[in-house]
Write a protein of this length. Sequence first.
Length: 98
Amino acid sequence: SRENFLRRRAVELKHGRVSMYACIGYFVPEYTKFSGYLSPSMGIKFSDVPNGLGALSTVPLAGWLQIVAFCGFIENTGFTFTQRKKIGFMLDASMTSE
């Protein structure tokens, strides 16, 4: 049905964006690290955080909660999207007609 198609197209766009962010998050730390402290109270520097899955055990819980809260904020507000517009030959996922 048309509703299923529109939903699947919107979900595909969202998953593609998440995949791109994941790739950026994996490749960028290979070449650059922030200077300073990730957690000054725990004495953890950005340079102490390993790449990839090793970061899961190094980053404090409060840091992960901040990341999840920020992702939730972006997901619920759209951050900077104030108007609907065409994306290439497709429509924005929030639009209901072509």
